[in-house]
Ligand binder design. Sequence first.
Ligand code: ADP
Ligand code: ZN
Length: 525
Amino acid sequence: PVIDDVPDLDGAREILRRTFGHADFRGRQAEVIAEVLAGRSAMAVLPTGGGKSVCYQIPAMMRSGLGLVVSPLIALMTDQVAGLQQSGVAAAKLDSTGEAWERAQTWERIERGELDLLYVSPEGLMQPWMLERLSRTPLALIAIDEAHCVSQWGHDFRPEYRMLGRLADIFPDVPRLAVTATADNRTREDIRAELRLEDSAEFVASFARPELSLSAERKRGPGHKRVLELVAARPDRSGVVYAGSRDGVDRLAEALRAEGVPALAYHAGLDKALRAERLESFLEADAAVMVATIAFGMGVDKPDVRFVIHADPPASIEAYWQEIGRAGRDGEPAEGITLYSAADMAWAYRRLDSRDVDDSVKQVQARKVRQLYAMLDGAACRAAAVRRYFGEEGVGPCGQCDLCLGEVETVDATRAAQMALSAVHRMGGRFGRGRLVDHLLGKTKDPSSFEAGLTTFGIGQELSAVAWRDLIDQLLFDGLLREDPNDGRPLIALGDADGVKAVYRGERQVSVRKAQEPEPRTRAR
Ligand code: ADP
Ligand code: ZN
């Protein structure tokens, strides 16, 4: 081993203290930095808020030459560059929004070797003239932020990221560092292949967020009532409520304000200035509730967010972790509460189906939907399920989610499940959920109808309509039933045939959960 190969971690720590004001490295930061300082490419998977930026900023400042940072969003670049400049770091960005004279000035600084960090978009970087000009500039490293954008298996695919694979050939001697917060095993493999990092070290930090208490419950009853209750039970705290549509956001924010909650609405349909203004008041408030679509998030760093409520479920486990990850950034206890329903799941599948992508991609995405609902509706620790999903090994239960705390009670419902499944079978999958429940209860407007003559008609009178609805949801989540779109008037049909058989034979049990309301937990640390 050459002595020069030993990276100067003391120097790196010094910069971390002096420039960034942090006492020491955390997680796997030091290892990642050591790898890049040694001139080797690497991939780092660190959770949101885990401190990915210093992993490339510090080596860029220490190695000679310019550090290039590829970032997908101009807003992110602007924030980072402003923050760096404030800390006295020579950083700039090149993007299409700037004035020509500004770009010329930036290039002068690059050519004089004055800059440590230059932020660029992938399509900006890969323009031939840009690459040509950079080939005459000594480079310290190339960081690829939000690297999961390169993967079709990820949740945020950007075709322009694909071009970045060529950097390996164009700059063979420059270490490349791919960083991301969200990557399951499959996506990680894909990132490595696409960005030509097959032989590079991979650093996966723990995704544990011990300050977060997670819970999830099925939606019950109409509209916003439950969300209002959950928010009202958490007064004088800041929180984020995610809703699935702009319209939902507006209505929810209004309903909250009507209850006296200082709620703000935020979505991409609002004008830019208004969004900026609301973001600012949220960041400054001691207690405010931001009701938002997922347009709200990237780059939002408010340390004292005490809860994140999903009024509608997230799109995937990646999205879930990222979105609830906005709570508890100060390390103090915080909550993530998710509301979901079988209808949301059916809608997610339907939306996927209508997407114009390869079947193989659809299959992967469908698996992501399944995995999300398996976690939400599951019976074992949520935090552990998520961490395993991200590829962490040897993960134990968190001890503080609703499932670990045993707040979800289940009761055996195998007999009722057999009734429901035979009813669906007899009815030939031609009816929706409402008709199915009526059928089980023996309700019909027309006693001479086909269904009234079936042996399953009225066999379920010992249960209430609500109980039957819950059971049907359970069977949908379990895959024993499925919902076929039928132009927005979904029909219920039998699902997994082997599973259904096993239930008929009594070889497989079906249990339903009794929902209970999670109350805010104030936990001593
Ligand atoms: P992300 O991984 O989400 O991109 P950032 O790089 O923006 O995270 O860092 C998240 C926060 O953690 C920032 O406020 C940053 O200053 C802080 N941070 C980064 N490294 C450390 C450290 N070693 N110790 C304490 N705080 C840190
Ligand atoms: Zn748990």
